[in-house]
Design a binder for this molecule. Sequence first.
Ligand SMILES: CC(C)(COP(=O)(O)OP(=O)(O)OC[C@H]1O[C@@H](n2cnc3c(N)ncnc32)[C@H](O)[C@@H]1OP(=O)(O)O)[C@@H](O)C(=O)NCCC(=O)NCCS
Length: 168
Amino acid sequence: MLELKRLSVDDGLDIYTMLQEIPAEENGLINKANGLTFDEYKEWLIVKQRDSEQEGIVDGWKVPSTTFWLYADGIPVGFGSVRHFLTEALRKAGGNIGYGIAPAFRGKGYGKELLRLLLNEAKGMGIDKVLVTILLDNIASQAVAIANGGVVTERTDERVFIWIDTKK
Ligand SMILES: CC(C)(COP(=O)(O)OP(=O)(O)OC[C@H]1O[C@@H](n2cnc3c(N)ncnc32)[C@H](O)[C@@H]1OP(=O)(O)O)[C@@H](O)C(=O)NCCC(=O)NCCS
């Protein structure tokens, strides 16, 4: 059974352990919890919770964003985050949604399901159209977005821009 849970300041060791298995940076996906001590991770959860509750833009660039964990049969296997709206900079790189599956669980269809569930959350937040920007050589992520109804609208030397209508 697959389930999406919103980040909570009460998250514990299972999430911490998963986040140590996902690289700090991979294909532009940032995991700031990688390499933290458990106590630092608990502090980081508080910051992420605040990121979700923030209203408007902070420090000139930071938009509100909500993080979710994907559980498969009770085990955390990945994470994703939804930015509540876009700035001009995020339209060029970053987009609305980022996602990652822990290496040991890749290739099992979890990436596709994770994005499907995140799109549902985005829809619930009132986001009608979601942008995902993906590096050209990240074929797996492009497949995940296309499988979720994504339409490629632009290609640069670096990235593919894919929009997904959450109402379809
Ligand atoms: C991208 C990512 C989330 C995909 O997760 P996953 O669970 O392996 O994906 P799925 O099992 O749902 O597979 C999705 C599709 O990608 C394909 N795929 C998976 N791994 C692949 C690989 N290494 N090379 C090529 N295609 C691959 C699958 O065959 C499937 O395609 P299909 O729909 O044609 O069958 C995962 O590889 C990941 O976390 N990567 C690092 C972080 C990242 O790149 N995030 C996205 C940033 S935009």
